[in-house]
Design a protein around this ligand. Structure first.
Ligand SMILES: [Zn+2]
Length: 225
């Protein structure tokens, strides 16, 4: 692939949550594509009593760093839990792609998210039904599991794909031994690497794990994560 046509993925740390004595990062991901910049998930930009009680967060909001908010052309929400959509309000007027099922659940289910963050003024959601090619080489793919309406972003980089998976896997063990439909779909793509929202480094198939990356115990309960 021609280097100046390459598509790149860059993680950005936007918060640290504190879950059961451990620090759980919240990362969003920027895809630089020749035809536009895509932001996958938006993290959190402010406190909310529900989030403080659950996660005691430390925030590094996109709006207060040197991140170029104005340079984003498209936003994708993997799902609409509070730690993934809290910065959506920064992107009023730009298209925000989310699975229709996820948007419906966020609007109808109690305690699903922080609804005023989902419905911040001026947001323009593009509800997606199934797969969508957002830009050449960037596909949105439904990946049920963490939530029924979750989606992943599959990026073609010339070799095996790179996946941005949101919370379809919250830690590496969930990709080492996939259990949900979404996790199995990721493995079936034979990805070069998978970016998770709550781990700094990408998962790679067959890589040796550190203990904290491979753990699969207490976080089973972290559905809001
Ligand atoms: Zn999360």
């Amino acid at each position: 692939m021609n280097a100046d046509r390459a598509i790149t993925v860059t993680p950005i740390l936007v918060a640290d949550l504190h879950v059961e004595g451990e620090v759980m990062p919240v990362c969003v991901h920027v895809i630089d594509h020749p035809d536009g910049r895509v932001l996958v998930d938006t993290g959190m930009t402010k406190m909310h009593p529900a989030v403080v009680a659950a996660f005691d967060p430390h925030l590094y909001p996109l709006s207060e760093s040197d991140f170029d908010v104005a340079g984003i052309d498209f936003v994708v929400n993997t799902h609409l839990h509070a730690d993934h959509c809290g910065g959506n309000h920064l992107f009023a007027g730009r298209p925000i792609y989310v699975q229709r099922r996820e948007l419906d659940d966020a609007h109808s289910e109690e305690d699903y998210t922080i609804r005023e963050w989902v419905d911040a003024p001026g947001l323009q959601y593009v509800p997606v039904d199934g797969e969508l090619e957002l830009l050449p080489g960037i596909r949105l793919v439904p990946a049920p599991g963490h939530t029924p309406g979750s989606q992943i972003v599959v990026v073609e980089t010339g070799g095996r794909p790179v996946v941005i998976c949101g919370d379809t896997a919250v830690w590496f063990g969930e990709l080492d031994e996939p259990r949900t439909e979404g996790q199995r779909q990721i493995r079936a793509l034979d990805p070069e690497k998978v970016w998770l929202a709550h781990v700094h480094e990408p998962w790679r198939p067959g890589a040796t794990r550190t203990e904290s990356q491979g753990r699969d115990d207490a976080r089973d309960g972290a559905t809001a994560g």
